[in-house]
Design a binder for this molecule. Structure first.
Ligand code: PLP
Length: 456
């Protein structure tokens, strides 16, 4: 690691100088706190990004497999989006009035995702927040339910985790057929200044655990389940076969709404995971790549939810209800969404991206097998992820337990020093319409070399 750190510093003198300068004006020397998490001693400062590549201020070129942690799944600055943004920018950027693009986008979202009514926000975080508020308002219930180690953006209610899995005493008690005590929950590690203990607002259960899900819903106080259909933020954790069918039934039975957050799982295909697997959420959230990297997000509702909302929101109060944002639904975001949906995130694009992710997965799996490491690699559509455990985890708790921060940083820095960017969180690689087979081969080569060094 120290050899790699020295190499990184030597290769990036201009980024180092900018980082030094930034100490005087940016908190921690970065525009956003988590940018400190990049594996080098400082972040690489970007000169230009295009398609699946970018160059840094030191003139080095990188294959970008992070792709803005999905915000740039379209590739950087896709031409149709850039043109639409340029065109709309000449004609007014934020008007507080709708443009025709809004109607086009609403119709397209309804066609793609199957929910008839849409609203906009600037981030997926906000879209989730608004969906949760609506769920609480129309059900009259106080709590939400999330899965352990979920991530839905900076939504206060979601920063909660379960205490670690059962102790030996608990396991023995279960072996003696005593009922399992419910696991404690509390603020997630690192939760900054929580307004209240999220245990007051939120019930949290492990993914793929239908029994505890039912127990939690049976309390009758859960307004909604907020979930990714496949966990993607603690590595990839797939649902067991039949999990979502039964979980959806339980949500209906206990009258909790199901909100699917497909901000990342849009990697499954043009209609997201729900369309591909015939799931029918009450509300649907999407953000990040939907406008090709321009800030934009959307949330959709079924007809029944839309009717219930209409009954609750009074005209006089509709601007101060806690849902909105002056710049939400602005003309530039909507023009960008329209162009991205029409020309970039197309079925043809997914036909290019998904086989590349398959190829990525095969290359990584072969290198893991050759190095005889107890790791594995998982894929969801055009996203792939290697994890430091022999078997795919079944839930967030297992996935979190398999994480190894030091090893992760080493793998990321090793790749970065050889021209490949992975996300700074876990080990995700994403394909864009501009990613090529050569990019994937390059990663396989570097990954294999890292494992050879680790195991030599
Ligand atoms: C599933 C999911 N939902 C929502 C968000 C929040 O997106 P944003 O940070 O753009 O608000 C994220 C961010 O990683 C996410 O992974």
């Amino acid at each position: 690691m120290s050899r790699e750190e020295q190499r990184f510093i030597a290769d990036h003198p201009k980024s180092a100088a900018l980082y030094q300068r930034a100490q005087q004006s940016l908190l921690g020397g970065v525009p956003m706190n988590w940018m400190k998490k990049w594996a080098g001693k400082f972040p690489v400062f970007v000169a230009e990004g295009r398609g699946a590549h970018f160059t840094c201020v030191d003139g080095r070129e990188y294959i970008d497999l992070c792709l803005g942690d999905t915000g740039a799944m379209t590739g950087h600055s896709p031409a149709p989006t850039v043109e639409a943004v340029a065109r709309q920018s000449q004609r007014g950027m934020t008007l507080m009035l709708p443009t025709e693009d809004a109607v086009w986008v609403g119709e397209e979202l309804a066609r793609r995702f199957g929910l008839p009514f849409w609203q906009f926000a600037l981030t997926a975080t906000d879209a989730n927040r608004f969906a949760i508020r609506i769920a609480r308002e129309i059900t009259g219930r106080p709590k939400i339910l999330v899965f352990n180690y979920c991530y839905h953006g900076t939504v206060d209610e979601s920063f909660i985790t379960l205490a670690p899995p059962e102790t030996r005493a608990e396991a023995e008690a279960r072996a003696a057929n005593k009922p399992r005590a419910p696991r404690e929950s509390g603020p997630r590690r690192g939760n900054i200044g929580p307004a209240v203990n999220p245990a007051e607002t939120t019930r949290v259960v492990e993914f793929n655990d239908l029994d505890t899900l039912e127990t939690a819903l049976a309390n009758g106080d859960v307004a909604c389940i907020l979930a990714e259909p496949v966990l993607t933020n603690v590595g990839i954790v797939h649902p067991d076969p039949g999990f979502w069918a039964r979980a959806s039934d339980l949500a209906r039975q206990y009258q909790s709404l199901l909100i699917l957050d497909e901000t990342h799982t849009i990697c499954s295909g043009p209609g997201g995971y729900a369309r591909a697997h015939d799931l029918h959420p009450d509300m649907f959230v999407i953000g990040k790549p939907i406008a090709g990297g321009v800030p934009a997000a959307a949330y959709g509702s079924t007809e029944s939810v839309a009717r219930r909302i209409a009954l609750r929101i009074q005209l006089e109060d509709c601007d101060t209800g806690g849902i909105g944002g002056t710049l939400a639904g602005n003309a530039v975001s909507l023009a960008a969404m329209r162009a991205t949906l029409e020309h970039v995130l197309t079925p043809a694009a997914f036909e290019h991206m998904i086989p590349l992710a398959e190829r990525f997965t095969e290359g990584v799996a072969a290198a893991i097998a050759e190095a005889r490491l107890p790791w594995h690699v998982t894929r969801l559509g055009c996203r792939a992820e290697y994890q430091f455990g022999a078997r795919p985890p079944r839930n967030g708790g297992e996935a979190a337990a398999a994480m190894d921060f030091e090893l992760e940083r080493f793998m990321h820095l090793y790749a970065l020093n050889r021209g490949i960017l992975l996300t700074p969180f876990h080990n995700m690689a994403l394909m864009s319409p501009a990613t090529t087979a050569a990019d994937i081969e390059a990663h396989a080569h570097v990954f294999g070399a890292a494992l050879a060094e680790l195991t030599s």
